[in-house]
Design a protein around this ligand. Structure first.
Ligand SMILES: Nc1ncnc2c1ncn2[C@@H]1O[C@H](COP(=O)(O)OP(=O)(O)O)[C@@H](O)[C@H]1O
Ligand SMILES: [Mg+2]
Length: 335
């Protein structure tokens, strides 16, 4: 229920474009009951569906929860692999039951959100359904229940989240109206995330060495100057992830520091590192730069496991190509 949710939208830093899209979506959802007949009469039937994709720990679930709280719309998060059953026909039954129950709740509540986490578990090569026919039937059934909800004008929003967008069945991908891409935070966003966690430690009345934020500022200025130099040289903006050239400059010219260390860290990795540092600083009674740096280093970044942003986007392109080749169709544009 919304009031049980602790996250707020502002807790997830950055991601401004995604937040704007979700803002529009939730306003429409909140108002859906009043506008649905109007839409139907005009033969407009937008489906209330949003797909969130990108590496783990980048805020997909938290941000949805935060919006559910902000707009006071109850939410149910389903771990999709728990719907998947090796028994013939059971996966389909489970999907139907989840959606039908949610549709009932939506009708009673004015609106409801059903959030399929790890939605690629339904109908991908990764799923543990072994029979190909059964995978196809599960996907078709999923699409049918979405269509029915849309057709009947039920105020049920269906969200899907995945870290394996390349493995998601393309028919499922296309059925979602919004595709919102989450990324590893760039150095500007990492600075904000680090600062916000350090501030929380300060708020907990644990001493924080001033050198942490000072050195972070200095490193940030240095990263900015590298970016500016490159911009002058290349005549265009460079991003940390889309261009190896910026990463190479950082590796070559920048000293070790928090921003350099956390390349390829998700917000969640930084949070875990902060918590490790927190325990250490409770006993040491002061959070020093060294404690913070070493704790972040200890937890490591997610990109090491799933590939850097660079290889990730490369992988996505390859996956999309493969999927398109398989289906003979092209993907809708990212919104
Ligand atoms: N952009 C961000 N700003 C602040 N905190 C973040 C950010 N991204 C992730 N986090 C932290 O990581 C936690 C886990 O994120 P989560 O929503 O579970 O990620 P996902 O669903 O994408 O795997 C969040 O609750 C938050 O504390
Ligand atoms: Mg999640």
């Amino acid at each position: 229920m919304p009031d049980d949710i602790k996250e707020s939208i502002d807790d997830i830093l950055g991601n401004e474009v995604i937040k704007e899209r979700l803002e529009d979506f939730f306003k429409a959802l909140k108002n859906y009951k009043n506008i649905k007949d109007q839409l139907k009469n005009a033969r407009l039937s937008p489906s209330l569906t949003v797909l969130l994709y990108g590496p783990p720990g980048t805020g997909k679930t938290s941000l949805t929860r935060a919006f559910s709280k902000q707009y006071q719309i109850p939410l149910c998060v389903v771990e999709s692999d728990r719907l998947v059953s090796p028994l013939l026909g059971d996966t389909i039954k489970n999907i139907r039951n989840a959606v039908e129950l949610s549709a009932e709740i939506a009708k009673q509540n004015d609106a409801f959100i059903l959030f399929f986490d790890e939605i690629d578990a339904i109908g991908s090569e990764r799923s543990n359904i072994h029979e190909v026919g059964e995978i196809k039937r599960a996907v078709i059934s999923f699409l049918q229940v979405i269509d029915r909800v849309t057709y009947e004008g039920i105020p049920l929003a269906i969200f899907g989240a995945t870290n394996h967008q390349g493995q998601l069945d393309s028919a499922i991908w296309r059925r979602f109206m919004f595709h919102l891409k989450f990324d590893f935070p760039d150095y500007k966003l990492r600075k904000l995330i680090i600062e916000s966690f350090v501030t929380r430690i300060k708020d907990a009345k644990i001493g924080v060495d001033n050198s942490i934020l000072k050195r972070l500022d200095e490193e940030f200025e240095f990263f900015n100057s590298l970016a500016l130099d490159l911009k002058k040289k290349l005549g265009r903006d460079v991003s940390e992830f889309n261009e190896n050239v910026f990463l190479k400059e950082i590796q070559k010219k920048s000293k070790d520091g928090l921003l350099k260390l956390t390349i390829g860290y998700s917000g969640s990795d930084i949070e875990r590192g902060t918590n490790v540092a927190l325990f250490k600083s409770i006993s040491a009674e002061l959070l020093t730069y060294e404690i913070f740096y070493n704790s972040l280093k200890l937890v490591g970044g997610t990109a090491i496991h799933v590939g850097t942003q660079d290889t990730l986007s490369g992988e996505k392109i390859e996956d999309d190509k493969r999927r398109n080749a398989k289906n003979g169709r092209s993907l809708p544009p990212e919104i």
